[in-house]
Design a protein around this ligand. Sequence first.
Ligand code: ADP
Ligand code: 5GP
Length: 189
Amino acid sequence: MARKGRLFVISAPSGAGKTTLIKQVLKKFPEISYSVSHTTRPPRPGETHGKDYFFIHESEFVDMIDADLWLEWARVHGHYYGTSRTFVEEQLENGSILLLDIDVQGAAQIMASGLDPVSVFIMPPSLEELGRRLENRGTDDPRTIARRLKNAKEEIRQKHMFQYVLVNDDLETAFAQLCHIFEKEMETS
Ligand code: ADP
Ligand code: 5GP
């Protein structure tokens, strides 16, 4: 069967700058659609239901696991996160270029699904800088930050499964590198 749409999967340890970079990518490439995930974590100040995430209750999330409605899902930093199977299948059927911002466990599930995604892992320059960015972002309490930093080490150990790995040290440079990946991969799809 001919491939209709195209999937891009981006993962990174929390605080590496993934959201910042993805926002810039979506602004530069209006032809790329963003897959809004579902999560059971509470919204951060400024986050909008339906735009940043669909914020749902744990019982609803678990019901959807039982009904096999997630294309992929994972428990990350103590909360559930998942991607709607119907949404992705419809988008791909319509020929969309779809960007998924998901963790390494979810990325592994997508890679095993046969959907043949382009996969990118974003690294922080160091764990110290990652900690500084999480603190400066000011959205998480110290316990949450400690948990995210601890998980970062395990996530970074799995970066080899991604096609592209880039370091977000200087934001402008990382953005240029990411744009180059998208341009190259969209040309060949
Ligand atoms: P993630 O989505 O990976 O958790 P964010 O995009 O929220 O990360 O970025 C975490 C924090 O780091 C934010 O405050 C953001 O403004 C900042 N940041 C992102 N990229 C850089 C960079 N290259 N240099 C310095 N700070 C950055
Ligand atoms: P945050 O709580 O900082 O928004 O996201 C925490 C982590 O969950 C990030 O690594 C993010 O990529 C991941 N994530 C967001 N949505 C999904 C999803 O739908 N599935 C999976 N597996 N991970 C997700």
